[in-house]
Write a protein that binds this ligand. Structure first.
Ligand code: NAD
Length: 444
């Protein structure tokens, strides 16, 4: 990481904090072996999932009565019973007395029914309204507390509620420390709980592209921490970093340019030769930027970014699917960007590819569901990497702070979201793009 300039040190100092420059409250991240949350949680609301919620949550969490005064590290509100616009006042009556009792780094989660799957007009309106509530409350929270909305398919009830468990464990823990103001949709596809929630990827074989450094290296480490074997892929020129990551995660290194027309075959062959199995988790992390205003952008800058960021992930996935080279309940994960959602000056090439990744996820979700798998994308915002450290001081310091958590994220924040998608406990999480951006003001 680049050395901090004097100006950067000053902006991030207690003196600047006194002068009103936002510094962001320290994020409490997940540590293996520690409880998922540092204080009890409250379960509120009344709907078709309330009993199941209490049953699933009383295992990993301590539950607290809503009336109690002691601090709560989490609140889960079942809003599936709000079926008319008039019912939305229950959001106010429940949350209003709760807010001042939440601990630092608290996790608030509202559960609703997926609006587009509801026939009744009143219920559909009430379910859609939850988005405005959660996104606004997320912007009001302080001390690194976050708020999310989980839309649950109407076909999910207490008999198949286990499909929602991996999402709750992710959102109600330090794994989602830099995820804020997000909406995640859960389907009724059967999800398989792991034998050990601390090793949810045990027995899974994962491929991570762009693993020599930055976010990709940390994704490889996080998947390995969770029990996966990892094939680390990067261009031959990045060999040193690639070997370092592979050694660290006790995986294998495969020097390979993802734009190689034979890339899919080489991946499948490596998996068979070195592990004797198919690929279970495919993380398309390799990506490049070549920023220029469109008026000044030559063909090579346009084409390189398209080929690496979008065309390679699409063609590799199609070929592996067609060849039957993906394993049981395969998880495919794309890496998008908030630039692909909001657009960014100087990044027409990059934002095209990152929005394309969202289209890629959407186009393949039914195909992956057919074979018991899932496909999702993570969309990072400002993440502290070599790339962002190299930005000029002004845009960097603004970029870090223009989000509800008022700080940049760490590569591990992206990696935790990828690991959540990668588990067979998350096959019911399909077709989502989850932003890891601290609820950046850029994009929805
Ligand atoms: P990085 O430049 O540090 O790492 C990217 C890695 O991809 C490098 O090791 C590089 O060698 C590899 N790579 C490039 N071209 C390749 C190819 N043709 N074949 C195989 N490997 C190739 O970048 P990063 O910041 O770690 O970003 C990782 C991903 O996250 C990218 O897709 C990026 O667009 C995305 N992202 C990053 C941020 C951020 O703030 N850093 C924000 C949004 C999205």
């Amino acid at each position: 990481m680049a050395k901090k300039s004097f100006l950067e040190q000053l902006i991030n100092s207690p003196l600047a904090a006194k002068a009103g420059v936002p510094q962001g409250y320290p994020l409490r991240r997940y540590k293996q072996g520690e409880p998922l949350l540092h204080a009890p949680i409250v379960v509120g609301g009344q709907g078709r999932l309330t009993d199941a919620l209490n049953t699933v949550l009383e295992g990993p969490y301590k539950l607290l009565k809503a009336e109690a005064d002691s601090p709560r590290a989490g609140i889960v509100f079942d809003a599936t019973g709000l079926t008319r616009p008039e019912d939305l006042n229950q959001l106010h009556s429940f949350f209003h007395p709760q807010i001042k009792k939440v601990a630092d780094n608290a996790r608030l989660v509202v559960i609703g029914t997926t609006p587009e799957l509801i026939d009744d007009a009143d219920a559909r309106i009430a379910a859609r309204a939850l988005e405005g509530f959660t996104r606004s409350l997320a912007k009001e929270m302080r001390k690194a507390a976050t708020v999310q909305l989980v839309y649950v398919d109407p076909a999910i009830d207490s008999s198949n509620f286990s499909t929602v468990e991996s999402t709750l464990r992710f959102l109600l823990s330090g794994k989602s420390a830099y995820v804020d103001g997000q909406v995640i949709r859960v389907t009724p596809a059967p999800a398989e709980a792991p034998a050990d929630w601390e090793k949810p990827l045990a027995g899974r074989l994962a491929v991570v592209t762009g693993a020599a450094r930055g976010i990709g290296a940390v994704i490889a480490e996080t998947l390995a921490r969770d029990g996966a074997s990892v094939i680390c892929v990067d261009i031959p020129q990045a060999g040193e970093g690639l070997t370092a990551t592979a050694n660290k995660v006790k995986g294998t290194a495969l020097p390979l340019d993802v734009t190689d027309p034979a890339a899919a075959d080489k991946l499948a062959q490596h998996a068979q030769e070195r592990y004797g199995k198919k690929i279970d988790v495919l993380v398309h992390n390799a990506g490049v930027t070549r920023d220029k205003l469109l008026a000044n952008m030559d063909d090579s800058k346009w084409n390189m970014v398209q080929n690496i960021n979008l065309i390679a992930p699409v063609r590799i996935t199609e070929k592996l699917l067609a060849a039957g080279a993906l394993g049981e309940k395969p998880a495919v994960i794309g890496v998008s960007s908030t630039s692909g959602i909001a657009g960014n000056r100087g990044q027409t090439n990059y934002a095209t590819t990152k929005a394309g990744v969202i289209g890629f996820v959407d186009s393949l979700k039914d195909r992956l569901a057919e074979i018991g798998g899932n496909i999702n994308a993570v969309a990072p915002g400002f993440i502290e990497t070599d790339m962002t450290a190299a930005m000029p001081t002004g845009p960097r310091e603004v970029g870090r702070r223009i989000n509800s958590l008022q700080q940049g994220g760490q590569p591990v924040d992206v990696a935790e979201t990828v690991a959540y998608f990668a588990s067979t406990a998350s096959t019911s999480v399909n077709g989502n793009t989850v932003r890891v951006c601290g609820q950046s003001m850029l994009g929805a």
